[in-house]
Design a protein around this ligand. Structure first.
Ligand code: 26V
Length: 811
């Protein structure tokens, strides 16, 4: 443990400030104070980082490498201090220097190198691996520009670049001496050398991969793991202008630009795949660099590659890093002389794959021509994997051409990445029970029947250190006072809190904590967008990527209906509500962008209508990101998890809200099912079509959106309001939404679930009136949220998939 007290910390801080800025604190800018603190904390971490790495090497422990195109870390300062166990001390010490730690923390740029759930899950997993003492490394891309910054201008989303490195990044260390070369394009020369085929990659374009390492500090256990992100640079950076003829010079510039493009920007998509060459390049870039550095490290530590699978586990986060499989085959065969069978056994033992979506439009498949041109040797290996795989299928399913064609890795001119990932891994997992069942029985049933033992479930989780201890210190204190601090290291111990759910004074404290958090959020909303909201109204929150299947439209239609009702019946007896939305739409996703416009149009109308001021408010918060979520989550009374059943693989914000005492309004989709199982039907609001009904409609048809609409006067009216100028003088503005719901028969059953949603909302309104009972329900939710800590998830991965012999250092 770090041994620093307030006095030494203050001295260290002042000294560091002088070293870095050559001046006194009294004249310092806030930014320079933040940087000083960042560098000082990094120095504190450095010793532990080194000793963790050394001890992993000396003990020759099995290493886990979590490969992911996305890591959505958010801010690091606060959580690093928290995990080091010095946050409270630092806060006091800085206060004595007239510095507010909270305001310094707010200066840090979010590290937003992810689109949404998948990237944030990777970040939570890093925190849990370090906190459980698992030798776990993250491996990804250091995008110069992260997920775009969202601005709302005249009610519409405008995208601006996320220049997160603008003022530097104190947390990363550039390791130029650990660079690797990644090879693109060119040809493969095949020679027969003493009866064995040798493959040499020639005329390729080399790209230099430079690693940047970020420390991942475990919770009070002296463990510091590493997140390694790769940046692309030209192999030779020095341009000797005089020696270039004009043509060569332009070529050199072209080369430089094309190389730097690789790690320039995160693809701002989610659940929609496009066959873009640059994305394939990004995938091979970080996979190849990461793998080469793993092998180099393994060998330098004295390892024999024959035993690589005993000491290395590689996790493939969605199909994006699937090229790990042929790349490992290439290294083992071409560079290290292994026979195919041995290389294949080792590869399969090492690799494991997680699927995060069943939306077919998100499944990656690369055109063969593009693939072969960019990665000629890798393509040859994939072809060989495919032909051996199809041969095995033929042996089992002789004559069943359709099935073999459906399952092939290469078919119809495409390389299918999920098929490659399944064939080349020993484990395939879904991210919630329902999702895994759907994978097994529907989406991937051919593969499940062929490889039943590979498939398993690992229900997602969230790190309670960021989402409870850091985001909600008051609730954390209440838990400590009531059940003691053991839940911090053993989140399942939170169950003991259920005993206090009937305790009136605890209920009142819960109410006060929630209210304080609501006041804080109200202040952020007031200062950002000038909207005044009432902290005594119900804060009803839907924050997540904007997507048709997540059904922000269902929520919007319900608000439109409620508004009509209040206008018609000014004495309508409802608890005042504030609807809070946030989330980004993919820049090319027209319908999602229209949804944002609709919410903003509704907000504009409602917030300026004096007739409903004491009952309704609608807020769309700009630029949703991790640090904003940390303010929103603890302030929510209601968590909207209303996706079309079967479509949301798991969801993770659902877990964050329940852990903070927000009650869930949900369909039985993704992990909502497990949340319901945990808290019981009395402590959650469930509505909508169930899995069987939805799958039945998909299979047999029979849904008629017009009919549903015509039979419900409320729906008739609000769908009409979309196109009659009520929410915009431009009657065309929301036509796309209207048509999606009616003309195109409402793909996500918004209209079908409307009535059931409204009834559930009525139940919620009634329940909220009994303050004590509401807080009892909140307490039950909090008490049962421990199982959704990512510590539980990671223990399941470690024992069930990675076979880590990790030490429970702090258990
Ligand atoms: C796909 C693509 C396609 C190409 C362009 C960039 C891009 C970026 C991300 C994705 C994958 C989207 C899959 C995803 O984020 N799934 C979410 O994973 C969460 C963690 O498991 C889960 O809680 C959510 O339900 C699921 O939607």
């Amino acid at each position: 443990m770090l041994k620093i007290n307030k006095e030494t910390f203050k001295k260290d801080y002042e000294k560091k400030f002088l070293e870095m800025h050559g001046t006194e604190l009294a004249f310092a800018s806030e930014q320079s104070k933040y940087e000083t603190l960042g560098v000082l904390v990094r120095d504190y971490v450095a010793g532990m980082w080194l000793s963790t790495t050394k001890s992993y090497n000396e003990n020759n422990e099995k290493q886990v490498y979590y490969f992911s195109m996305e890591f959505l870390l958010g801010r690091l300062l606060g959580n690093t201090l928290l995990n080091l166990g010095i946050r409270d001390m630092c806060k006091e010490a800085l206060a004595e220097l007239n510095i507010s730690l909270d305001s310094l923390e707010e200066l840090e740029q979010d590290q937003g190198l992810g689109n949404g759930g998948l990237g944030r899950l990777a970040a939570c997993f890093l925190d849990s691996m370090a906190s459980l003492g698992i030798p776990g490394n993250g491996c990804g891309i250091r995008y110069k520009y992260g997920f775009f910054e969202q601005k709302i201008i005249d009610g519409s989303q405008i995208e601006a670049p996320d220049n997160w490195l603008r003022s530097g990044n104190v947390w990363e260390i550039r390791k130029a001496d650990k660079a690797e070369i990644v090879r693109f394009g060119g040809e493969v020369k095949v020679e027969d050398i003493n009866g064995r085929l040798a493959f040499t990659h020639i005329n390729y374009e080399p790209v230099l991969a430079i690693p940047y390492d970020t420390p991942v500090v475990g919770y009070e256990n002296d463990v510091v793991n590493t997140l390694r992100l790769w940046s692309a640079e030209p192999v030779s950076n020095e341009f000797d202008f005089s020696s270039f003829s004009r043509g060569d010079f332009l070529k050199a510039i072209e080369y430089k630009n094309s190389v730097e493009a690789i790690s320039q920007v995160l693809y701002p998509e989610d659940s929609f795949y496009e066959g873009k060459m640059l994305r394939l390049k990004q995938q091979y870039f970080f996979v190849s660099a990461g793998l080469q550095s793993i092998i180099r490290h393994y060998k330098s530590n004295g390892g024999n590659l024959k035993g690589l699978d005993e000491k290395v586990a590689i996790h493939i986060n969605d199909t994006h890093p699937t090229l790990i499989i042929p790349e490992l085959m290439r290294i083992l065969m071409d560079d290290e002389g292994f026979a195919w069978e041995d290389a294949w056994r080792i590869t399969k033992n090492i690799c494991a794959y997680t699927n995060h979506t069943i939306l077919s439009e998100a499944l990656e498949k690369w055109p063969v021509d593009m693939f072969r041109k960019l990665l000629p040797r890798i393509y040859m290996i994939v072809e060989e994997i495919n032909s051996r795989f199809c041969q095995n299928l033929w042996n089992k399913y002789t004559g069943q051409w359709d099935k073999i064609h459906r399952m092939a890795i290469i078919a119809d001119g495409y390389v299918k990445m999920a098929h490659l990932a399944i064939a080349g891994s020993h484990s395939v997992n879904g991210v919630a029970k329902l999702h895994t069942e759907i994978l097994k029985k529907q989406e991937m049933s051919d593969f499940y029947y062929y490889y039943p033992r590979k498939f398993n479930n690992k229900t997602n989780g969230i790190t309670h250190r960021r989402w409870l201890l850091k985001a909600n210190p008051e609730l954390t204190n209440l838990l400590k006072e009531t059940i003691g601090p053991s839940f911090i290291k053993h989140p399942m111990d939170m169950e003991a809190f259920e005993r206090f759910s009937n305790n009136k004074s605890v209920q009142e404290k819960l109410h006060d904590i929630k209210r304080n958090n609501k006041v804080n959020l109200a202040e952020i909303i007031r200062s950002n967008q000038g909207i005044i909201i009432d902290p005594d109204s119900i804060f009803d929150v839907q924050v997540k990527r904007i997507h048709a299947y997540k059904r922000q439209t269902l929520n919007a239609l319900r608000i439109m209906d409620l508004y009509n009702e209040i206008i018609e019946n000014p004495n309508l007896d409802i608890v005042p509500r504030t609807f809070i939305f946030a989330g980004k739409a993919a820049p090319g996703y027209f319908l999602a962008k229209k949804t944002i416009e609709l919410i903003n149009a509704i907000a504009e109308k409602i917030n300026t209508d004096p007739r409903v001021q004491n009952k309704l408010k609608v807020v769309f918060m700009e630029n949703y990101k991790v640090s904003l979520a940390e303010h929103i989550v603890p302030a929510a009374d209601v968590s909207e998890q209303i996706s079309t059943t079967t479509k949301e693989a798991s969801g993770t914000s659902n877990m964050k809200f329940m852990m903070n005492g927000g009650l869930t309004m949900a369909t039985l989709d993704g992990a909502n099912v497990e949340i319901r199982d945990e808290v019981g039907d009395d402590n959650i609001f469930i509505f909508g079509l169930n899995e069987r009904e939805i799958l039945d409609y998909y299979k047999h048809g029979g849904y008629n959106a017009w009919e549903v609409c015509n039979n419900d006067p409320r729906l008739r009216r609000i769908t009409n309001d979309l196109i009659n100028g009520y929410y915009s003088p431009d009657r065309e503005k929301f036509k796309t939404i209207y048509e999606h719901l009616l003309t195109y028969n409402d793909e996500f059953f918004v209209l079908k679930d409307f009535d059931s949603y409204l009834k559930a909302q009525d139940r919620l309104d009634k329940a909220y009136r009994d303050k004590h009972h509401w807080q009892k329900m909140a307490a039950v939710n909090i008490a049962h949220s421990g199982i959704f800590s990512s510590d539980r998830t990671i223990q399941e991965y470690a024992t069930g998939i990675w076979g880590s012999e990790f030490l429970y250092k702090n258990l």
